[in-house]
Ligand binder design. Structure first.
Ligand SMILES: Cc1cc2nc3c(=O)[nH]c(=O)nc-3n(C[C@H](O)[C@H](O)[C@H](O)COP(=O)(O)O)c2cc1C
Ligand SMILES: Nc1ncnc2c1ncn2[C@@H]1O[C@H](COP(=O)(O)OP(=O)(O)O)[C@@H](O)[C@H]1O
Length: 308
């Protein structure tokens, strides 16, 4: 899969594609349906299947820290899209200049002239351009003029709910991992590089590999049974997502204690799949109480894996 970073990196040889535009946060089953349609179009037209997404996501740009929690970081989105067989991703930097572009000029200059889009799929509620003037009707009107076929995505439903990033965030924040996984079509995971912590883990008897949660508004909190992948090897473990109030921590971290493991993994990339929520994070009066509880968490997580 080819990645084009920014509209300015679109070259003449990129002309001609079938396209879909969106955030694809979570790359959930609703997105997968859209992407299936995109791949069919790609076959039909003999052109590369192309996804245009935005970084940061528009809501993050406008609402800053009030934006909803992110389900997937860009890197994870790219891995998922690549696994789905998408040919090309255009990652557009969403900034003030882009947001203020006239909707017509986005369609004509970017979609028609630069990308040569032959078939475009967007949600029928998709709005874009200065003052959100661009919409589905405008796309269809200009599409007809320039030979770009425009169609809308249909809502993908599961158990009578429209699968959406919002519903998935809600399920995750309520600790309903199974429900979230059913809508995602894959397990929810958090990934990043292992950073140095406070070196308390070794004193407590449970070393934890830590990942910084860049955006504080992570949809999940608490203690989980997890499956972690480091250097292409999978390990079971137990993790805390929170700011360790017992130690008066302030930064949100994901801390994973891996079972049957004793290696230095600082700086390694680690992917952590959350399998089952065990409990909420707590502030303990003493470190002894915290370690006793972690021992119980380890036992509970191991039991959970034995039954899987
Ligand atoms: C399974 C597990 C559960 C945890 N639960 C809590 C908790 O409820 N409250 C808390 O303050 N810290 C909790 N922690 C975080 C520990 O305080 C933290 O891992 C320890 O202080 C080590 O920190 P360090 O990696 O920065 O050295 C938990 C850690 C693990 C691995
Ligand atoms: N079983 C294990 N689970 C997690 N990390 C481990 C384990 N064994 C060794 N390590 C290493 O120890 C580090 C964590 O030790 P810890 O004392 O908690 O320090 P820190 O505060 O830097 O996280 C991890 O980053 C990893 O490199």
């Amino acid at each position: 899969m080819q990645l084009i970073r920014g509209i300015h990196n679109i070259r003449p040889h990129h002309f001609g594609c079938v396209l879909t535009i969106g955030n694809f946060d979570g790359v959930h089953l609703g997105h997968v349906e859209v992407l299936k349609g995109l791949k069919q179009d790609a076959q039909l037209y003999g052109l590369p299947s192309t996804v245009m997404l935005f970084e940061p996501q528009p809501q993050e740009f406008f609402a800053k820290e009030k934006a909803p929690a992110r389900l997937t970081r860009l890197r994870d989105k790219l891995v998922l899209l690549s696994k789905l067989g998408i040919d090309r991703v255009i990652c557009v930097s969403f900034n003030a200049k882009f947001a203020s572009q006239q909707a017509e000029s986005f369609i004509e200059q970017v979609l028609i002239n630069k990308l040569g889009v032959k078939a475009l799929t967007v949600g029928d509620d998709f709005r874009f351009g200065r003052a959100r003037q661009g919409d589905f009707t405008m796309l269809q009107r200009l599409g007809k003029v320039h030979g770009m076929h425009v169609k809308s995505t249909e809502s993908f439903r599961r158990d009578d709910h429209r699968v959406s990033s919002t519903l998935i965030r809600q399920a995750l924040s309520e600790g309903e991992l199974d429900k979230a996984h059913q809508m995602l079509g894959h397990t929810y995971s958090i990934s990043g590089r292992v950073i140095h912590g406070w070196k308390k883990g070794r004193e407590l008897g449970f070393r934890t590999a830590n990942i910084a949660l860049k955006r504080q508004v992570n949809p999940v909190r608490g203690v989980f049974a997890v499956r972690a992948t480091v250097a292409a090897v999978q390990y079971n473990g137990v993790a805390n997502v929170g700011n360790k109030p017992t130690l008066n921590g302030t930064k949100a971290l994901l801390e994973v204690h891996l079972f049957d493991f004793n290696q230095d993994v600082y700086g390694h990339f680690m992917q952590v799949e959350l399998i089952k929520k065990l409990r909420n994070e707590q502030k303990f009066d003493t470190l002894e109480q915290l370690t006793a509880q972690i021992s119980e968490d380890v036992a509970a997580a191991k039991q959970c894996f034995n039954f899987k």
